[in-house]
Design a protein around this ligand. Structure first.
Ligand code: BV8
Length: 250
């Protein structure tokens, strides 16, 4: 493993433009269950891929609203972990580093990452179901969706299954993936598209791909380096090894 970490640190030392592409696994050590974890408690009986859809919301707005309330409360109760923080530290040591995340928890920004591309939106923001009118300061603890000034129900500003990703964010993500020379793929099962296409785009454009995950995924086949482990452990090791080989102590 140390050899793999050193190889990764050497790739970082010559990288001009780095992308860190993350999924739910990077927030696991903060205490946020991943999408494929068995949903806890009340939610054990619901399939997230049914709840996280416009049809699921339309069929039972209070249920889907409460699911997001439960997740929003969880996000509020946790904080970024050593993996999020290590990504911020890396961004101070390379010419350019951008974070592209599938997560809606906002933990990268709370850790200090700048200009994070949130491919699937944010659980902290809302807009209305019919017209996407943005809504601010939605009260906590409601059991059902409040109404927009236009009369439409409010919903979380996240991308549901079957919905398109925000065009500009996705366009920027494709461009950064094509232009980077090193992409970290951290904590994603790599099955949700179009997000999961980013590592393939980077690889096809000539980037090196480093994957961090306790278990292999479809992306492992194209990874130049596969680091088997938890991001909260592995990323800080990459930072300390990078500092050692480049003498770039803070
Ligand atoms: C679209 C927001 C169409 C909501 C999310 C058949 C084939 C291919 C594609 C499709 C298909 N049928 C339908 C589709 C399209 C669909 C899709 O990809 N489905 C999949 C399931 C097959 N995609 C869509 O619907 C997308 N939209 O395609 O639009 C369209 C086109 C044109 C015009 C109109 C419409 C929209 C997808 C976005 C859905 N929204 N989130 C919410 O969160 O509530 S997706 C949600 O699930 C997350 O955002 C994330 O993207 C995904 C979960 O994936 P991961 O992040 O990878 O997390 P997961 O739990 O799966 O895995 C965790 C990983 O971490 C594991 O590998 C684990 O080993 C690892 N791990 C665990 N602990 C750690 C760790 N790693 C490191 N450290 C640790 N400690």
């Amino acid at each position: 493993m140390q050899q793999l970490i050193e190889t990764t640190a050497s790739l970082l030392a010559t990288a001009k433009s780095v992308v860190v592409f993350t999924g739910a696994g990077v927030s696991k050590e903060s205490g946020i269950p991943t999408f494929r974890d068995a949903q806890e408690g009340l939610w054990a009986n619901y399939d997230p891929q049914t709840l996280a859809t416009p049809e699921g919301f339309a069929a039972n707005p209070p249920l889907v609203w409460q699911w997001y309330e439960w997740r929003r409360q969880k996000v509020r109760d946790v904080k970024p972990n050593a993996g999020h923080i290590a990504i911020v530290e890396l961004s101070t040591k390379v010419p350019e580093l951008r974070v592209i995340t599938q997560n809606i928890d906002g933990l990268h920004a709370r850790a200090g990452s700048k200009d994070v591309l949130e491919l699937h939106g944010s659980i902290a923001r809302h807009y209305c179901f019919d017209e996407q009118h943005p809504a601010d300061d939605v009260p906590d603890g409601l059991d059902e969706p409040p109404l927009c000034w236009c009369g439409s129900m409010l919903r979380p500003a996240v991308v549901w299954f079957g919905e398109s990703l925000p065009g500009k964010v996705l366009g920027d993500a494709f461009r950064l993936s094509k232009e980077c020379d090193l992409m970290f793929v951290v904590g994603t099962a790599g099955v949700v598209y179009p997000a999961a296409s980013l590592p393939y785009i980077a690889k096809d454009a000539g980037a090196k791909v480093v994957e961090i995950n306790p278990e292999p995924t479809p992306i492992t086949d194209i990874a130049d380096v596969f680091l088997p482990g938890y991001s909260g452990h592995v990323l800080p090791q990459i930072v300390t090894t990078f500092e050692k080989i480049t003498g770039s102590h803070p």
